[in-house]
Design a protein around this ligand. Structure first.
Ligand code: SF4
Ligand SMILES: [Zn+2]
Ligand SMILES: [Zn+2]
Length: 311
């Protein structure tokens, strides 16, 4: 097998592009695809300071690595979620990556705010991923705003986006379909523009990139991800992809070109401001403050019977 770019010995096959590469050319092509996505979708320029959400997994670290190699100005943002050994390892890998590259990293520890995911789940009895998603969105938005970043980049890859699209289509979530795009412009003074530079690169490609770049990332999945519907959608798409290479890319690309514009009118108008924290909200309080309210309510519900007993 010959490398498509230099005609040397190929080691890495990318089936959906019907191509194979040597290590160096794979790295070059991966980074070039990231750069193209950024330019073509007008995500940001080399003058922008970009905040990169880094979980410690392969996708976000591969993204950060590629952005640094391409000469973009970046700062990492890591949330230590407080999910036992998984979070400890995620934080350790992220901090080690930043230290090794001499990169700037902001780490927020939810435990210090009394908001470790298991604590919130125990107090509210909400599903772990729903609570975690609400907390993460709020911290990303708030920290981007507080640190003055206009752009927030995440490591969502092609598999993530195709699985999300499949889920939205299966339930005809027209509102979500209208918003599903690689660049989400700012609709509130406290909202950074959200961008996904890896949206055309598959999970396989980011895993190979992380491997050939020697990135030490957390391999274990979050214990709460077991049985997540997102994994079911990914599995279904992987089966289609195995028989019809290119299915995921075509599904997503054609949706963005042909489908999404038809749902654009389904999007809400710009959000207002949360009456409690001032962050963007579509109701009187934002989802995060509603979650906090829930933790308070449950806590006081537990206290009342105890004091009644005592009287
Ligand atoms: S799997 Fe769920 S709980 Fe775990 S990090 Fe992801 S969203 Fe959070
Ligand atoms: Zn080559
Ligand atoms: Zn709020």
């Amino acid at each position: 097998m010959k490398c498509k770019r230099c005609r040397g010995n190929a080691e890495i096959q990318v089936r959906h592009h019907n191509a194979a590469y040597c290590r160096d050319c794979f790295i070059f092509c991966f980074q070039r695809q990231v750069e193209r996505a950024i330019d073509k979708e007008h995500m940001f320029s080399r003058d922008d300071e970009v905040l990169v959400a880094v979980s410690g997994g392969k996708d976000s670290l591969a993204l950060w690595d590629a952005l640094v190699a391409l000469g973009y100005r970046t700062t990492g943002l890591h949330l230590a979620l407080g999910i036992g050994a998984y979070s400890a390892s995620s934080t350790q890998k992220t901090e080690a990556f930043a230290r090794l590259g001499g990169l700037q990293l902001i780490t927020a520890r939810l435990e210090e705010d009394g908001l470790a995911v298991p604590t919130v789940v125990a107090r509210t009895r909400r599903p772990a991923c729903a609570a975690c998603g609400t907390i993460k969105r709020h911290y990303f938005d708030r920290l981007a705003f507080e640190h003055g970043f206009a752009v927030l980049a995440t490591g969502h890859n092609l598999d993530d986006e195709a699985a999300r699209l499949l889920g939205n289509v299966l339930r005809w979530q027209t509102h979500h379909l209208g918003k599903q795009q690689p660049v989400l412009g700012s609709t509130h003074e406290r909202f950074a523009r959200k961008v996904k530079p890896l949206f055309r690169l598959s999970e396989y490609e980011t895993a190979v990139y992380a491997f050939v770049r020697g990135i030490d990332y957390v391999i274990d999945e979050c214990p709460n991800s077991e049985g997540a519907t997102q994994l079911l959608y990914k599995d279904a798409l992987n089966r289609l992809e195995a028989v019809m290479p290119g299915t995921k890319l075509t599904f997503l690309q054609d949706f963005l070109r042909l489908g999404r514009p038809r749902f654009a009118t389904e999007i809400d108008g710009p959000p207002g401001s949360c009456g409690r924290c001032g962050m963007p909200a579509y109701a009187a309080v934002c989802g995060f403050c509603a979650l906090l309210g829930d933790t308070d309510t449950r806590r006081s519900q537990r206290v009342i019977p105890a004091s009644n007993d005592a009287s």
